[in-house]
Every structure is written in structure tokens, then in C-alpha cells.
Design a protein around this ligand. Structure first.
Ligand code: 26V
Length: 852
């Protein structure tokens, strides 16, 4: 079998001499006594840290302590902390080279990491040491902390999930690598101007990024465009090669992913794109300077910006370039650098499983086929058998419009060889379909990876399902609907391919770091060890009946509210009332998530007060907090943001309300804000239309931090309710089958409007311009849509929601009953640790096990 035929379009190492040994050659002969033995960390003492910190400040930043800026201090402390992780990182890699254990490669276009500093302190156990060391230098650690800009390399739940998963893999001692894109601009920074969302670029790299280590010498070359040709190789076999017309260099940036105090440090490898020299030179030599610069821009645009969820057609080509870019770099990296030089490629499935985080990385499937068949000279059938064992696919949505398809015209232009490979995969697959369902041509058309209408395109979810060893949804209900509604023919053909893994969240970040007071209370009550064995929270159950524990639990919540008030005042100039129920809805702005239902509830309460139907003293004091970014091109979502801000302004400034109802919408909701907001919440709003939210993960974070959920029977809410118990969860709304039924019958939102007085008054109040300074046009699109379309059945669920909110008020009026429920939420939510999710992936999909 030959490797890399001449003229091949394979992603190649950029060093042409002998790339493999240029970067990670055989271990060097060690002659210096200083280089003997393992790399040694600085001592874990205050003095040890201060020495390391000052070294970084003086020699890394090149400033004296007395002249250093906060940014200098942040960069130097981050690098000093990082140096403690380095020895473990090197040791983790050495051990992996030695054992060659089967690894997981998580392929994800998004990682919403959140700040790194505190997480690194927690992992190394250095929090107190660093705090003291900085104090000894006259520096307040909180000031240093606040200097970090979080890498916002994701849109929402999907990206945050990837970050939780890599944390758990490291904390569970699993051999794993995360691959993704190092976007120069992450998710936009949201600001409000006159209540409307205005996006600002996220310049997170501007002041330096101390957590990454770039390795330009390990760069990978990736081709685009061009054509394919067939040729006969030396053995007389007809083969195909791809001759791209341009190429781009991918530079790996390594991020350390420390396990929780277990000595393991995994790698997250994010790729950035730059122009290749050879490419530029060719154009320069042709004398066309501007074309050369354009080529440079083409390359560097690839990792320039994270795409928002609802990309416009103009942006789509670049998005496909991003997807191919990062998976081609990652596959090449794994095969050429991570695997040993003499690795027998036919054994690939014993050494790796690539987990596809949604359809974004699915182009990796034809890429691996191309590498095996064209570059490595493997026979098609053997390559296909290997490929089918090396991939598994996770679906994260049910909305048809969110399922990716790529027009064959675009795909063929950008990746001509990959399109040929996809066609062949499809031909062979359809032959199998025709054998399984003889005479059923409709079935073949429905299952085809290639859709013919409205334009000829590749259905990426189908490709992933055909090629993947396993397909999973992200909560029980979602996985069931995925089987029954989205991919019914596939699940009939291959029932054993389909499985569920309910999502989870990392307790390190979302309990320990976000809620130190609750963490201390838990440890004082049940002892240590629960942070990586979260089912142990069950031991808290009896304490729900203990008045003293309940009082302590309430004190924690109260202190977290004080902390949140201080943050919002300092961050946004928002002053929250004291002593109110904190009712929180934070998540991306989407119609299906139904922020509008929450708005109707607020408007209905406001109407009760201002119309005199209720006495203000009878209204439970509530502060409603929203956090939500709308995709920049999603008009309706932006209108909803505007409405929320207008309602907030009106309610907050109406003296009749007397501060008992308040609405806060801090801009730029992100991981950092979530970490202060969630621990302060009393009520968690999870109110999507049943059957639309694949899982949700915010819902888990709230429950684990002792908020009660008001929610529909959707996504992971179903499992939360089953675990915490019906008494400790406020369920409302149509179930998924009821939604189907009503849709089939013909849903008329106006019927609900007409028959429900409270609902009618709330909508009329909005429509009258009461919140928009008399401007009725400003609310026209929202009101019109609710009354005449209402795709997500807000009006159908209104009454049930209001009644559930009344049950919330009743429970809240009894502090003991409320805290009992809240404590039981914490005690019974251990299942939602991402460690458990990783165990499920390992057992059901990956067939790998942690190191002992
Ligand atoms: C994309 C689009 C694009 C077109 C407009 C509508 C729309 C709606 C949603 C999406 C995102 C799809 C992928 C995604 O982020 N899914 C989220 O994944 C989380 C982790 O599994 C899960 O908790 C959320 O329920 C799910 O929405």
C-alpha cells in the first residue's frame, strides 16, 4: 500500500523536508543532567507561586511589578498557573504515546469555554496559594480574575456542552482530544441601543491569550476547489486524485484541559487558518499583487469569525470552508502526528473514535475516505468498513430548518472529490435500501443522502447516519423523536444504531466555581468526594427535613442574590430590588423557546396591578431576569428583545408597581454571567413548546443550584421532573403528542385569544403601544404573528402557564416548603453531571474506558 501519491491533494505537513520528525521526533538523547527525569512543576507554596509570577511578569511581560498594568498581572498570573499544569500535560502525552490507548476525538465547530483562570486554579488546587501570593504583591485576585475575557467560541448550548464534555473526559482520566476552530472573533458582544440589539465584534484575543500554545511548526495544509483526475498507479490500479486550486495552512493552538485534581491534562486543539507561502508565491510570481493579497484574505477569513446559528446564504460558502478546514486539519493531525509513524492504518478503529458534534463536522466522513483511498491507496470497501467504525454522530435539534444541507453545486465547487465520494456512498447505500425494501422506490428517494428539492443538496444528517456506527439524541424524549419523526426509515433499517445519551453539565464549573457557598455547605454536610461522584448529592435528601439545614440553604441563596445584585450594578448599572423571588430565563432567543410566553406573564401581572384588578400587596414580589442573544439576521428574535426591553422600562418606572415587579435584561449573557446568575435564581424558566428543545442544559444547572423549574414536558425537563419528583417541579403545557394532535386538528391561536380574558388583555395592552410610547407599529409583527400564526403555540399554553405560576407563588409564600423542594432538586439532580454523560458515551458508543 502506498502512502501519499505524488500530486495528491492530501492535507500535508507544511515542512517539506521530513515533517513528522521536524515536530515530534523520536525522544532526543538526554545528555544534560538538567533535562533528566520528568518536567518539574514549581513548588505549590505561596513563595513558589510568587517566584513564578514575578518571573513571568519580569521576563515574560517585561515589566516591573510597580509599573505593571492589570493586564500584565493577569497574563503573568495565568502563565504562572499554567506552568503548574505543564508537567502534567507533558506526562499525559508521554503516557498516551506509551500505552496507545483508544482515544476519543471530539469534533466540534464550537467550544464555549468560559473563563479559564479559576478553572485552572481549581484543577491544580492552587486557589488559596495564588490569592495569598498575589496579595503579597499588593494585588487583589478578583481584579485579576475580572481581566479575563472568556473565549466565546460557541453560540449556546451545543458549544457549552462540548466544553463540559472535555472537562469531564479529563476529570475522568479518559484519553481524549478536542478539535475545533480558533475563531479570531467569537460570539458577538451584545449591546442595547434604544432597547434594540446591536452587535459588536468580540475581540477576545486583543490583550493576549495566555491559555493557548501555538505550534506553527505542526501546521497542516488543506486544499480547496480544483478538480479530480483518474490515473493508473504503478500496480496498474485505476485511482483518483484531487488537484485543488488553492490551499490554506492550519496552525494548531493547544489549550490545556486539566482534570479535576487528578494529574491529567488533556488537549483541546483549535485551528487557525493562514495563507500558505507556496500559494502566495505562485500568484506573486505571476505579478498580480492584489490577487496575492486577496488569496491571503481568503485563507485568513476561514477562521475569522464564528457563525451565528442562522447564517445567511452569502455567508454559507465560508461556513462550509470552515467545516472542511477544521476536520481536514484534525484528521491529518491525528493520523500523521498523534499516531505513531509505523501505525497500521487498518487498525484505526482500535485506536480512535471521532464523535461528530451535530452535522457541522460531518464532511470528515468523505475526508477520511479520501485519505484512506486516494492518499493511502486502500481499497474502497476496506476503507468504508474502517470509516463506519470510526465515526459516531450526535444530533442536537429537531427543527427541520436547523438540519444542515449543502447544495451539491457549492459542495462540488469547493470539494469536488468529496462530492464524488458522497455520491458513491449514496449509490451503495441506496442499493442496500432497495434490497431491504424491495420495490419501494419512494423509500429510496426519501432516504437518499442527496435531496432533489428545492435544489440538489447533500443531507448531512443522513450522511452521518449512514456512515456512523451510532447515532444519538441528547435527552430521552429527543432520542425517541429522532427515531420516530426525523429518521424513521433509518431507525427501521438499523434499530441498533440509535441510542440516547442525556446531556450533562460539569459540576466543577457550575457548582464548585459558580456557587462556592453551596459547595461548602454540601461538603460540610456530606463530606468531600461529591464533585466527581455527583450521585452522592442524594445524601442531602434527609436534610430537606432539617430546619437548620434549610435555614443555611436559604442563607446561601440570599448571599448569592447579594452577589448578583453587586455584579449587575457594577457591570450594567442595573439595580435589582432586594427580597424578591428571582425568576430567570436565560438562553438563546428563539421563538420555539418562547420568551414571549414569559413576556405575556409579566404583562398580565402588570395589567392586574395597573387596572386595579389586584392589590399591589397581593402580588408576590418578583424580579424577572432575561439573558438572551438573537442571531443577527433573525428579525423576529430581535423584535422580541426590543419588546422585553420596552416592557422592562415601563414596568420598572411605573410607581403603581412600587418595585414589586421588576424586569432586568443585562446585555451580553455569556458563561461568565451565567456563573453568577444561576446560583442566585429561585425559579428556572424552561418553557419551550414540547418537542422542540432537544435537551436544554441550563435547566440542569439551575436544578443543581437549587432553583425550582417551571417547565413543559420537553427535552431533559422530562427527566428532571422524573428525578426531582412532581411535587418539586411546576409542570405546565401541552405534551408533545397533544401538540401533534392540535396541529393536526388545525390550530387557531385567535380562538385562545378570544376565549381568555387575561390573555386578551395582555395582548391588547402590548398591541396598544402601552410599552412602546404609543407606537403600535413597533409591536405589529409580534402581535400579528401571535394571533395569526403562532407556530410555537404560545397562546395554547398560556392559561396552563399562568396557573402553574400561581402554584409557584403559593409555594414561595411558604419558605420552608420552598426550600425543601429546592434542596430536593439539588439532592436528586446528580444524574445531570457530564461525568455520567461521558460514562454513557463510553459504554454505549465509544467502547473506551478510563485509565484506572
Ligand atoms: C439552529 C437553528 C438554525 C436555524 C434557525 C433555527 C435554529 C434552531 C436551533 C439551532 C441550533 C441547533 C443545534 C443546537 O445548538 N442545539 C442545542 O444543543 C444543546 C446541546 O445538546 C441542547 O441542550 C439544546 O436543546 C439544543 O437546542
Amino acid at each position: 500500500m502506498s502512502t501519499q501519491p505524488a500530486g495528491s491533494a492530501a492535507p500535508q505537513m507544511s515542512d517539506e523536508s521530513n515533517p513528522r520528525f521536524a515536530s515530534y521526533g523520536p525522544e532526543l538523547p538526554v545528555t544534560s543532567p538538567l533535562a533528566l527525569g520528568p518536567v518539574v512543576s514549581p513548588p505549590h507554596t505561596v513563595e513558589g507561586f510568587v517566584k513564578e509570577f514575578l518571573h513571568e511578569l519580569n521576563y515574560g511581560q517585561g515589566v516591573a511589578l510597580s509599573r505593571s498594568s492589570v493586564n500584565d498581572q493577569y497574563l503573568a498570573s495565568a502563565r504562572a498557573v499554567r506552568s503548574y499544569l505543564m508537567a502534567q500535560w507533558l506526562e499525559t502525552q508521554r503516557r498516551q504515546r506509551e500505552t496507545q490507548a483508544k482515544s476519543v476525538a471530539y469534533l466540534s465547530a464550537e467550544y464555549l469555554l468560559g473563563r479559564q483562570f479559576d478553572n485552572a486554579l481549581l484543577a491544580t488546587g492552587l486557589t488559596d496559594t495564588v490569592e495569598k501570593g498575589l496579595a503579597a504583591c499588593g494585588i487583589d485576585i478578583d481584579v485579576v480574575r475580572a481581566q479575563e475575557i472568556e473565549p466565546g467560541l460557541g453560540n449556546g448550548g451545543l458549544g457549552r456542552l462540548a466544553a463540559c464534555f472535555v472537562d469531564s473526559l479529563a476529570s475522568m482520566n479518559v484519553s481524549a482530544i478536542g478539535y475545533g476552530i480558533r475563531y479570531e472573533f467569537g460570539i458577538f458582544r451584545q449591546t442595547f441601543v434604544d432597547g434594540r440589539q446591536v452587535e459588536q465584534p468580540d475581540t477576545w484575543l486583543d490583550l493576549g491569550s495566555p491559555w493557548e500554545v501555538a505550534h506553527p511548526e505542526n501546521s497542516v495544509q488543506v486544499g480547496f476547489g480544483g478538480r479530480t483526475e483518474t490515473y493508473t498507479d504503478d500496480d496498474g490500479v485505476e485511482r483518483t486524485r484531487w488537484i485543488p486550486d488553492s490551499n490554506v495552512k492550519g496552525i494548531p493552538h493547544n489549550y490545556l484541559v486539566p482534570g479535576y485534581q487528578n494529574g491529567r491534562v488533556n488537549t483541546l486543539r483549535l485551528w487557525s487558518a493562514v495563507a500558505t507561502q507556496s500559494f502566495d508565491l505562485a500568484i506573486f510570481n505571476s505579478g498580480d499583487y492584489t490577487a496575492a493579497v486577496r488569496a491571503q484574505t481568503f485563507a485568513e477569513n476561514i477562521s475569522k469569525v464564528l457563525y451565528p446559528e442562522d447564517s445567511t446564504p452569502q455567508g454559507r460558502e465560508l461556513r462550509l470552508q470552515q467545516q472542511y478546514f477544521f476536520v481536514a486539519c484534525s484528521i491529518s493531525d491525528f493520523l500523521n502526528y498523534v499516531l505513531p509513524a509505523d501505525f497500521d492504518i487498518t487498525k484505526l478503529p482500535e485506536r480512535i473514535i471521532f464523535q461528530l458534534n451535530d452535522t457541522h463536522p460531518v464532511i470528515a466522513i468523505p475526508e477520511l475516505m479520501r485519505v484512506l483511498v486516494d492518499d493511502r491507496g486502500m481499497a474502497w470497501d476496506e476503507a468504508w468498513a474502517i470509516t463506519q467504525q470510526c465515526f459516531a454522530y450526535t444530533c442536537h435539534t429537531l427543527l427541520p430548518e436547523a438540519l444542515e444541507v449543502w447544495p451539491t453545486e457549492l459542495l462540488g465547487k469547493l470539494l469536488p472529490r468529496h462530492l464524488e465520494i458522497i455520491y458513491r456512498i449514496n449509490d451503495e447505500f441506496l442499493a442496500e435500501v432497495r434490497k431491504t425494501f424491495p420495490g419501494d422506490e419512494l423509500k429510496a428517494r426519501n432516504m437518499s443522502i442527496i435531496a432533489e428539492y428545492p435544489e440538489r443538496s447533500v443531507r448531512m444528517a443522513y450522511l452521518a447516519t449512514v456512515a456512523g456506527a451510532k447515532v444519538n439524541g441528547v435527552a430521552e424524549l429527543h432520542s425517541q423523536l429522532l427515531r420516530d419523526k426525523v429518521l424513521p426509515d433509518f431507525s427501521a433499517m438499523w434499530p441498533e444504531k440509535f441510542t440516547n445519551v442525556t446531556n450533562g453539565v460539569t459540576p466543577r464549573r457550575f457548582i464548585k466555581l459558580a456557587n462556592p457557598l453551596l459547595s461548602t455547605l454540601i461538603t460540610d454536610t456530606i463530606g468531600v468526594g461529591w464533585l466527581n461522584d455527583l450521585e452522592r448529592l442524594r445524601e442531602l435528601e434527609p436534610y430537606a427535613e432539617d430546619p437548620e439545614f434549610r435555614a443555611s440553604f436559604r442563607e446561601v441563596k440570599a448571599a448569592n442574590k447579594v452577589r448578583l445584585r453587586a455584579l449587575l450594578e457594577q457591570r450594567d448599572g442595573l439595580v435589582l430590588p432586594e427580597d424578591a423571588m428571582l425568576d430567570v430565563m436565560v438562553k438563546r432567543l428563539h421563538e420555539y423557546k418562547r420568551q414571549l410566553l414569559k413576556v405575556l406573564h409579566i404583562v398580565a401581572l402588570y395589567d392586574l396591578v395597573v387596572s386595579g384588578q389586584a392589590k399591589i400587596e397581593d402580588i408576590t414580589p418578583r424580579t424577572f431576569v432575561f439573558g438572551a442573544k438573537a442571531a443577527p439576521g433573525y428579525r423576529m428574535a430581535k423584535e422580541i428583545i426590543h419588546l422585553i426591553n420596552r416592557v422592562a422600562e415601563t414596568v420598572n418606572n411605573d410607581p403603581r408597581v412600587d418595585g414589586r415587579l421588576a424586569v432586568a435584561f443585562p446585555p451580553n449573557y455569556n458563561v461568565t454571567l451565567a456563573e453568577t446568575l444561576i446560583p442566585a435564581a429561585d425559579l428556572s424558566e424552561q418553557i419551550s413548546l414540547a418537542g422542540k428543545e432537544a435537551s436544554g442544559t441550563g435547566n440542569m444547572k439551575f436544578a443543581l443550584n437549587g432553583a425550582l423549574t417551571i417547565g413543559t414536558d420537553d427535552g431533559a425537563n422530562v427527566e428532571i421532573r422524573q428525578l426531582v419528583g412532581d411535587d418539586n417541579f411546576f409542570l405546565f403545557g401541552l405534551s408533545e403528542p397533544q401538540v401533534e394532535e392540535l396541529q393536526a386538528k388545525g390550530y387557531r391561536p385567535s380562538a385562545f385569544y378570544e376565549s381568555n380574558e387575561s390573555l386578551r388583555r395582555a395582548i391588547d395592552l402590548i398591541a396598544s403601544g402601552a410599552f412602546t410610547g404609543g407606537d403600535r407599529e413597533a409591536v405589529g409583527p409580534i402581535v400579528g404573528d401571535l394571533l395569526y400564526n403562532d407556530r410555537f403555540m404560545v397562546l395554547a399554553d398560556y392559561q396552563s402557564y399562568i396557573e402553574a405560576q400561581e402554584r409557584v407563588d403559593e409555594r414561595y409564600a411558604d419558605p420552608d416548603a420552598w426550600s425543601r423542594s429546592a434542596i430536593l432538586n439539588v439532592a436528586r439532580s446528580g444524574f445531570f453531571s457530564s461525568d455520567r454523560a461521558m460514562t454513557d458515551y463510553m459504554d454505549r458508543i465509544w467502547h473506551v474506558s478510563p485509565r484506572r
